[in-house]
Design a protein around this ligand. Structure first.
Ligand SMILES: Cc1ncc(C[n+]2csc(CCOP(=O)(O)OP(=O)(O)O)c2C)c(N)n1
Length: 317
């Protein structure tokens, strides 16, 4: 497997930092009530970018209800993302989708209000790729709670039978909604479930983006080569409550311990130690991302509301 180049590592750090800056901006807009229906933060889970950043422009992503790194990693415009979250006309779905964003130009196929509904979508698109006969792949991200849905299981089975070009990525962030994962899941490792369908699975430290990158490179290459699906389980932790406007009884020491393993700080320190970025270059990456997201928030706030009559457009009947 080819190791990422110095430039790829720098770009990956910048993506993670931009994603975090977006999350912080979205969190503030949810707290101020400007995002209707709250924001489900992915802060602390940016290691998943180790998978998403490797996708080609003709690949596809189905995505969970949580976090912004899927969109940022695919190259979506933060201005239009924030405008969508605020319900504005300039958003990706003209303000009608809210958190349920589709951006077909970047291979992001939309999202249902029910968890696990995107698993059959991922299997369907992977089947379409196979029929078309090219070597694009689908990455389908889901939470460990979502692993429990029948749609996830039937889609894994279908992917295995069809040897579909699909990489299942379980972000095991230790909490299912506001419940600790062991209360909700019969097994500690979602990876074990893949065994039921003969799908090879790898468990990775989800807060070590280089480990994620390495495991993902193998899984993506396998899917591209026509050798079928695999599953990556990224062990990570959600440092925020389920929703930004909610409260949760959580062990503060546990949160503090995981914050010390923050995926961005860890990667940044590693790149500094390896002489790939200097501290001041890393600070500049952060400052640039913060400026970008402030400008995006301004754009979203100043954008017009949709015309009420537009509620009747883009409907299937
Ligand atoms: C079919 C269905 N059941 C329940 C819900 C409510 N719900 C939304 S997110 C969520 C938790 C899912 O857990 P997980 O996949 O681990 O994601 P997390 O939010 O914990 O990161 C639940 C139960 C839903 N949206 N759809």
């Amino acid at each position: 497997m080819v190791a990422p180049s110095v430039d790829e590592k720098r770009d990956l750090l910048a993506l993670m930092v931009r994603s975090r800056a977006f999350e912080e901006t979205a969190g503030a807009l949810a707290a101020s009530g400007e995002i209707p229906g709250s924001w489900l933060s992915g802060i602390g889970q940016e290691g998943t970018l180790g998978v998403i950043a490797q996708l080609r422009s003709d690949d596809y992503l189905t995505y969970t209800h949580r976090g912004a790194y899927g969109f940022i990693g695919r190259g979506c415009d933060p201005k239009r993302l924030l405008a969508e979250l605020l319900g504005k006309q300039t958003g990706y779905c003209k303000g009608k989708g809210g958190r349920h964003i589709a951006d077909l130009e970047h291979g992001i196929l939309g999202k249902s209000g029910t968890i696990g509904a995107h698993a059959p979508l991922a299997a369907g698109v992977a089947t379409a790729i196979q029929i078309r006969g090219d070597d694009a792949v689908v990455v389908s991200v889901f939470g460990e709670g979502t692993s429990n849905r029948g749609t996830t299981h039937s889609s894994m089975n279908m992917a295995a039978i069809g040897r579909l070009p699909l990489v299942w990525v379980c972000e095991n962030n230790s909490y299912v909604g506001s419940v600790p994962a062991p209360v909700y899941l019969a097994v500690a490792d979602v990876a074990a479930m893949a065994g039921a369908y003969g799908i090879p699975a790898t468990i990775v430290d989800g807060n070590d983006v280089m480990a994620v990158h390495e495991a993902a490179a193998e899984a993506i290459a396998r899917a591209r080569a026509g050798d079928g699906p695999s599953l990556l389980e990224l062990k990570t932790y959600r440092t925020r409550p389920f929703g930004e406007t909610g409260t949760e009884q959580r062990d503060q020491d546990e949160i503090a311990a995981w914050r010390r393993r923050d995926p961005i700080n860890r990667f940044r320190e590693r790149l500094v130690t390896d002489g790939i970025v200097t501290r001041s270059e890393a600070d500049e990456i952060t400052a640039t991302a913060e400026r970008e997201m402030s400008a995006a928030a301004r754009f979203a706030r100043e954008s017009p509301w949709p015309d009420p009559a537009a509620a009747f457009e883009d409907l299937y009947a």
